[in-house]
Design a protein around this ligand. Structure first.
Ligand SMILES: Nc1ncnc2c1ncn2[C@@H]1O[C@H](COP(=O)(O)OP(=O)(O)OP(=O)(O)O)[C@@H](O)[C@H]1O
Ligand SMILES: [Mg+2]
Length: 344
């Protein structure tokens, strides 16, 4: 190959960063496009369903809307691609393909290079499954832990800690100027989904005759989540005997949101304590919250207060929780030296 055609080929690579999440998955591409979908994949149950939904596979909101006609999958539940269940593996493959088609024009034949972020501790299992899933659409691939992708994106590469509060998992990662190892990372399985379940239970206990489901509860949470003192009472509309009725759920909301705090505090302290004592102070002052759960009002201040008991502490929330993982993965992909890439 001549130098010129080599250069042309390099130009024609589309580089993408993908954040595979339990609830949402996002992609950012070197052509400037970025998109996200709810991490749902559904196949029509039979030929009638196929006719009704008008497609052989549906994603995100479309899939949720037609859920009664579909076999619906949320393939990254608990942050791990459930291996062995072929449909889950297939669903991840379809999801990745869908994300790539969202940013890549149909006529564009350029090769795809992907950095994919997955939850920290399930890393090893997922690596193999993801390689299988992207092999048809990408020519080279790198799988990294999600909090590392976030850290890279916000340039917190040295003496910092990222806490990514997602739906299925909370991922922790300490950065100390090198690529983080397993030792630097932790995953906790009580995250956004857990809050939803708690809130649902508390509400069901207080209002046994009201008619609500987990989806509604999640929407209430995303609108009103808070920790500590409420700014004002949280009142939501729920049908009782078919009639929309205001319900006060302030106390239930607080308890549900606060239910993830003990595990966060414990894991944060444990990871910091394991670190070189000379740097523990610096890390405590450089803690970054990401993921949808970072939007819970008051969570940054709460953690800062608790950690202050051990010395000076600073906790900040990323600017763009929806895309920070995908953007970080993209920057990583752009900067990655050639010999780090593996062919798929
Ligand atoms: N304002 C909000 N307050 C509280 N929780 C929120 C808010 N907005 C979103 N969430 C929750 O954040 C979670 C989704 O966050 P995110 O998109 O980071 O998760 P994910 O990456 O799909 O999950 P995971 O990282 O576990 O695979 C959901 O549980 C969602 O309900
Ligand atoms: Mg995530």
């Amino acid at each position: 190959m001549t130098k010129k055609s080599e250069a042309k080929e390099a130009d024609e690579k589309l580089i993408v960063g993908i954040d595979l999440g339990t609830s949402r998955s996002a992609i950012s591409a070197s052509n400037g496009k970025s998109m996200w979908v709810d991490s749902y994949v559904g196949w029509p149950k039979d030929f009638i369903a196929r006719k009704v939904v008008g497609n052989s596979v549906l994603f995100g909101k479309d899939a949720l809307e037609h859920r009664l006609s579909l076999d619906l999958y949320r393939p990254l539940k608990n942050g791990v691609i459930k291996e062995g269940t072929t449909r889950d593996e297939e669903a991840v493959k379809e999801l990745i393909h869908h994300l790539i088609t969202l940013v890549k024009p149909k006529k564009d034949n350029s090769k795809v290079r992907a950095v994919v972020g997955v939850p920290a501790e399930s890393f090893k299992v997922n690596k193999v499954a993801i390689r299988k899933a992207v092999s048809d659409f990408a020519e080279s691939l790198l799988v990294v832990s999600e909090p590392f992708a976030i850290a890279y994106g916000v340039n917190a590469l040295d003496n910092a800690m990222v806490i990514d509060i997602g739906a299925g998992t909370i991922d922790f990662c300490i950065m100390h100027g090198t690529v983080p190892t397993d030792e630097d990372q932790r995953t906790v399985l009580q995250a956004g989904d857990y809050i939803d379940q708690q809130l649902y239970n508390f509400m069901a206990e207080r209002y046994p005759h009201s008619d609500f489901n987990l989806n509604m509860v999640r929407r209430f949470k995303e609108e009103f989540s808070f920790i500590g003192d409420p700014e004002r009472a949280v009142k939501v509309n729920i049908p009782v005997d078919g009639r929309p009725t205001k319900h006060d759920v302030t106390e239930e909301m607080r308890r549900a949101c606060e239910s993830i705090l003990p595990a966060i505090v414990e894991t944060t302290l444990e990871l910091i304590a394991k670190f070189d004592p000379e740097y523990q102070d610096v890390i405590r002052q450089n803690i970054i919250l990401a993921g949808g759960g970072s939007q819970i009002r008051g969570i940054d201040k709460y953690l800062e207060n608790v950690l202050s008991e051990y010395g000076k502490a600073k906790v900040e929330v990323v600017e763009d929780p929806l895309f920070c993982g995908a953007n970080g993965a993209l920057s990583l992909a752009m900067d990655m030296p050639e010999d780090y890439w593996t062919e798929v």
